[in-house]
Design a protein around this ligand. Structure first.
Ligand SMILES: CCC1=C(C)/C(=C/C2=NC(=C\c3[nH]c(/C=C4\NC(=O)[C@H](C)[C@H]4CC)c(C)c3CCC(=O)O)/C(CCC(=O)O)=C2C)NC1=O
Length: 169
């Protein structure tokens, strides 16, 4: 697992360089956005269950076939598994926000996920839609908490969306 700082130091250490101007700019940006990123994470932590619940409601309202008898989220067990997955995405997105790096998502969430979903017929497009809805809800809450320019919140969600959507080769 890595964050923006360990990633940077690792890259400079590999080539035995002192931190140059680019590195300092990257570090400055990391520390300048630090308070906002931590605040966004605490907005998430403060209402994680509510965010997951709202995401589910909006997703199933938009795609009601998911919870009909032929749908993948039909039955109490699968409905719960779906919301649990959304909870995983939210929790790991909050880690990635604090780290200012998406590596934790690659290592802990995305590895093997598409294969698992494909083998269980979990619809990836609908899951991606769920993550988009969750991103919007989180951004609304972060903005409502008075954090200016909440666009940095996009990073982990967009990464999950991009990696999950990727076509099979
Ligand atoms: C922390 C990293 C991590 C992730 C991400 C994870 C995902 C994950 N989701 C699973 C299942 C599942 N995932 C879903 C999700 C959905 N179905 C839908 O129709 C919706 C579109 C969607 C919710 C948005 C469902 C319904 C299952 C159960 C499928 C089944 O057992 O038939 C499974 C199979 C094993 C299980 O049921 O627990 C895994 C491994 N597990 C992990 O440890």
């Amino acid at each position: 697992m890595r964050d923006a700082v360990t990633k940077l130091i690792k890259n400079y250490d590999i080539t035995g360089r002192y931190l140059d101007r680019d590195a300092v700019d990257t570090l400055k940006a990391y520390f300048e956005t630090g308070t906002a990123r931590v605040k966004a994470a605490s907005v998430i932590n403060g209402d994680a269950a509510g965010i997951v619940k709202q995401t589910g409601l909006r997703l199933f309202e938009e795609l009601p076939e998911l919870i009909r008898p032929s749908g993948n989220a039909y039955t109490t067990r699968r409905y719960a598994a779906c919301l649990r997955d959304m909870d995983y995405y939210l929790r790991y997105a909050s880690y990635a926000l604090v780290a200012a790096d998406t590596n934790v998502l690659d290592e802990r969430v995305l590895q093997g996920l598409r294969e698992t979903y494909n083998s269980l017929n979990v619809p990836i497009g609908s899951t991606v839609r769920g993550i988009q809805i969750m991103k919007e809800i989180v951004k609304e809450k972060v903005a409502a908490a008075g954090i200016a320019n909440p666009s940095f919140v996009d990073l982990p969600f967009d990464h999950l969306i991009r990696e999950l959507s990727e076509q099979d080769v």
